[in-house]
Design a protein around this ligand. Structure first.
Ligand SMILES: Cc1cc2nc3c(=O)[nH]c(=O)nc-3n(C[C@H](O)[C@H](O)[C@H](O)COP(=O)(O)OP(=O)(O)OC[C@H]3O[C@@H](n4cnc5c(N)ncnc54)[C@H](O)[C@@H]3O)c2cc1C
Length: 302
């Protein structure tokens, strides 16, 4: 069998291009290995199926994605150069299956840039999600917060530079720099683990800031690089809906229009609780199911 290097002309066209994220961050593709065909080739080896062509390939990729046959996706690798604020980076590095080399603030001076929010970017604490944000704060409050932030960042940087001038080592001088300070890294990940990262960091439950990076990597980079795998990922993971076993006991009742039976089931499953005044308090699983129902053309009776 004659082998040639698998390339992706659409990704080649954006190699090295800087995609801006947040106020001063970016993502750039440094290098990659493989393309959609590499996934197919590896899968066919495992099936002893030789090489085929055309639409068969796309069907096979979609089959692999649906059935979590994930190792063929490990045949593709992507290497990115990223610049992100340290608070975003702290979430990013939780994804342990990537190879990382980060800018060293022991060796070099810390990057002189920290993420700053515009007055309309200050989000209030969410009232429904203890980990999330709600609406933007009023403009006058936002303007005051932005002014204070500038002052604080300037003071933190001035203190850092004063320590450096006084001869303090870089590894000690950096200790009071804000988490908003930008860092840079090379981040290399295979496609299987990259899709796992995207599945966790693209949905609304992830913080807006890391979502901005994940959205860009998914929609601008992965979609060009491995279009068939990307489409299968969107169809079968990113936009897929899963129902837990308890949810499957309630949904058929709602589908046949029996709201009273659905509420009884929700009460017995702990999705909702009856309060002293007779009203229903929606508990966590009740809210989670309610969020899924519109996709099924249904709504929650609580
Ligand atoms: C919305 C959201 C909220 C979060 N909130 C918090 C929080 O409050 N606090 C917090 O600490 N973290 C939080 N995290 C981080 C989260 O718990 C995971 O650490 C992170 O998403 C990385 O996921 P992962 O371990 O699956 O990925 P990876 O580290 O990339 O691992 C990929 C897969 O490899 C396997 N794997 C890797 N290492 C091991 C291991 N040592 N043992 C067994 N299997 C392994 C697992 O199957 C894993 O799913 C949050 C993440 C999200 C998306």
């Amino acid at each position: 069998m004659e082998l040639s290097r698998a390339t992706s002309p659409a990704l080649d066209a954006i190699l090295g291009k800087t995609f801006k994220v947040l106020d001063d961050g970016f993502v750039r593709v440094v290098d990659y290995m493989g393309n959609d065909t590499s996934i197919v080739q590896a899968a066919r080896v495992s099936y002893g199926d030789g090489t085929k062509k055309g639409s068969d390939d796309e069907h096979l990729i979609r089959y692999l994605m649906r059935h979590l046959h994930t190792t063929p996706f490990e045949m593709c690798e992507l290497k990115l150069h990223v610049r992100a604020p340290m608070d975003v980076w702290r979430q990013w590095v939780r994804h342990r299956t990537a190879s990382i080399n980060e800018y060293s603030t022991r060796y070099s001076l810390a990057i002189d840039a920290a993420r700053e929010l515009a007055p309309d970017e200050w989000r209030a604490q969410s009232t429904t999600n203890r980990q999330g944000s709600g609406e933007a704060l009023p403009p006058d409050v936002g303007a005051a917060l932005t002014a204070e932030e500038k002052e604080f960042h300037a003071a933190a940087r001035a203190l850092y530079e004063k320590r450096i001038e006084a001869g303090v080592s870089r590894e000690i001088a950096r200790k009071d720099l804000p988490l908003a300070t930008y860092t840079e890294a090379y981040w290399k990940c295979n496609l299987k683990n990259l899709l796992h990262f995207l599945a966790l960091r693209m949905p609304g439950a992830a913080q807006y800031e890391i979502r901005a990076y994940a959205e860009l990597i998914g929609r601008e980079i992965v979609s060009r690089w491995v279009p068939a795998a990307w489409k299968a990922f969107v169809d079968y993971r990113l936009e897929a809906l899963s129902l837990t076993a308890p949810e499957q006991r309630i949904v058929p009742l709602l589908a046949r229009g029996d709201a009273a039976a659905a509420v009884d089931a929700a009460l017995s499953l702990g999705f909702v609780r009856r309060q002293d005044d007779g009203s229903l308090k929606v508990l966590r699983e009740g809210a989670e199911l309610a969020a899924k129902l519109p996709a099924l053309g249904l709504s929650a009776p609580w």
